[in-house]
Design a protein around this ligand. Structure first.
Ligand SMILES: Nc1ncnc2c1ncn2[C@@H]1O[C@H](COP(=O)(O)OP(=O)(O)O)[C@@H](O)[C@H]1O
Ligand SMILES: O=C(O)C1=C[C@@H](OP(=O)(O)O)[C@@H](O)[C@H](O)C1
Ligand SMILES: [Mg+2]
Length: 174
């Protein structure tokens, strides 16, 4: 199986962290759409949003998603990638999509410890835990409708990788 694997989910669910670990476990190449986008733009996400607005960031995100997708690749996406129906269809039709699902309390705890504001400018202007709650309520259904598999992402990265590998093996066997 060399189909690309897309990791989706809220800010802080571990797409980047788990994606790197998953890549080591399955011998694929790792790509993070936010990292690729920032390298190409030579600007941080906070700078892009400040100078060009969120819609310009979203357009760059769609172009990046399409340009990085290739076989044998784990693609960690940004939390808002599922807002675009074009991105949702693209991922579902071009690979296996895994939703890393974690409760608001876990997401907020991780983001409060490592806010990485250059990559995560505020979406609502509200404090982190309020924002995480509000944004997840808006997006959870979109993550679920886009995903082929939903995985519990509240454990340690190695445990999440094991769950993903199990889901992929079960899918291949059936
Ligand atoms: N499974 C995990 N267990 C504990 N901490 C994690 C886990 N996954 C991610 N983290 C931590 O949470 C923060 C956000 O993780 P990251 O991989 O950047 O999430 P995402 O890319 O989904 O926004 C990082 O500081 C990371 O070290
Ligand atoms: O949830 C979002 O809308 C965003 C999530 C971020 O990625 P992470 O989910 O990797 O933090 C990044 O793409 C950008 O700040 C927008
Ligand atoms: Mg990330």
């Amino acid at each position: 199986m060399t189909q690309p694997i897309f990791l989706i989910g809220a800010r802080g669910c571990g797409k980047t962290t788990v994606g790197e670990a998953l890549t080591r476990a399955c011998g694929f190449i790792f790509i993070d759409t936010d990292q690729a986008l920032q390298a190409k733009a030579q600007k941080s996400i906070a700078e892009i949003v400040e100078e060009e607005g969120w819609s310009a960031f979203r357009a760059r995100e769609t172009a990046t998603l399409q340009s990085v997708t290739q076989p044998a690749t784990v693609i960690a996406t940004g939390g808002g990638i599922i807002l675009s129906p074009v991105n949702r269809d693209f991922m579902r039709n071009n690979g296996i999509v895994i939703y890393l699902n974690a409760p608001v309390s876990v997401l907020a705890e991780r983001l409060e410890a490592f806010p990485e504001e250059a990559q995560r400018p505020t979406l609502t202007g509200k404090p982190i835990s309020e924002e995480v709650h509000e944004v997840l309520a808006q997006r959870d259904a979109l993550y679920r409708q886009t995903a082929h598999h939903v995985v519990d992402a509240s454990g340690a990265p190695e445990a999440v990788v094991r769950e993903i590998l199990t889901a992929l093996q079960v899918a291949r066997a059936s």
